[in-house]
Design a protein around this ligand. Sequence first.
Ligand SMILES: NC(=O)C1=CN([C@@H]2O[C@H](COP(=O)(O)OP(=O)(O)OC[C@H]3O[C@@H](n4cnc5c(N)ncnc54)[C@H](OP(=O)(O)O)[C@@H]3O)[C@@H](O)[C@H]2O)C=CC1
Ligand SMILES: O=C(O)[C@@H]1CCC=N1
Length: 273
Amino acid sequence: MSSAHGQKIAFLGTGKIGEALLSGLLRAGKDPADVLITARRPERAAELAARYGVTAVSNTEAAKVADTLILAVKPQDMGTLLDELAPHIAADRLVVSAAAGIPTAWFEARLAAGTPVVRVMPNTPVLVDEGMSVISGGSHAQEEHLEWAEEIFRSVGKVLRLPESQQDAATALSGSGPAYFYFLVEAMTDAGILLGLPRQVAHDLIVQSAVGASVMLRDSGEHPVKLREAVTSPAGTTIAAIRELENHGVRAALLGALEAARDRSRELAGGGK
Ligand SMILES: NC(=O)C1=CN([C@@H]2O[C@H](COP(=O)(O)OP(=O)(O)OC[C@H]3O[C@@H](n4cnc5c(N)ncnc54)[C@H](OP(=O)(O)O)[C@@H]3O)[C@@H](O)[C@H]2O)C=CC1
Ligand SMILES: O=C(O)[C@@H]1CCC=N1
């Protein structure tokens, strides 16, 4: 990747998503010498520094030195982090938040006037360069800032720019989305056990079916209904299963589940509880 908008990138908070993004950026060719990391526990930061060859620093040091700061702590920890960082971030730095729910305006109110802020919602498949990241700019983010943020996240998957008003919905769909698929795979593997298959066999059958279905969805250009109809033979097995899914309101459950995720994202707007 280029070093267009400043060289040094700092990850503040290197848990599940912070580490996934960090590893992806390095895979994409970012020089580890230009990457700084922080964590709450010094032993966590030291472990990651050793594993990836990046530099563990304090939050204050990162705020002073980095050109781009990627904030990846829990929404509930963002207030404490911003209190620590804000006095040290010059207004020409780019602040990128990966936190669910928290609007760019919340950051702008705590940072030096005019500091560009970009809100992004990635997902864990960034770990395998198949991430889906949704990006929105705050009121001081210029085109160059959005393009730089897009370049960072494009190195680990797809990127879509959306109005910030759609970020809570995107969080419910793609931010949390991988968890719904894992949940389905887990449940279907259990169904395989019920039908008498060994667990590993059930797991392998379902995982490869999920991979095949995902690639067809992505690459065929066909509507999911058409793809499902192609599997659903008259008086066959699939329609017997679909009837059960409809009887149990699975479609309605998904509508309700994603609405609940969207609402929870909204609740996290102020840092949340
Ligand atoms: N997990 C996911 O799929 C996604 C998560 N997100 C967002 O990413 C953020 C992080 O989530 P996730 O990675 O799951 O959470 P984790 O709990 O795995 O990671 C949080 C990280 O923040 C660190 N941390 C907390 N407080 C501070 C602080 N004051 N200074 C420095 N580091 C600190 C923790 O350090 P320590 O380990 O030492 O406690 C930990 O490394 C959240 O805002 C979430 O909404 C966005 C998209 C997807
Ligand atoms: O569950 C969460 O709150 C985070 C945000 C999106 C995915 N994980």
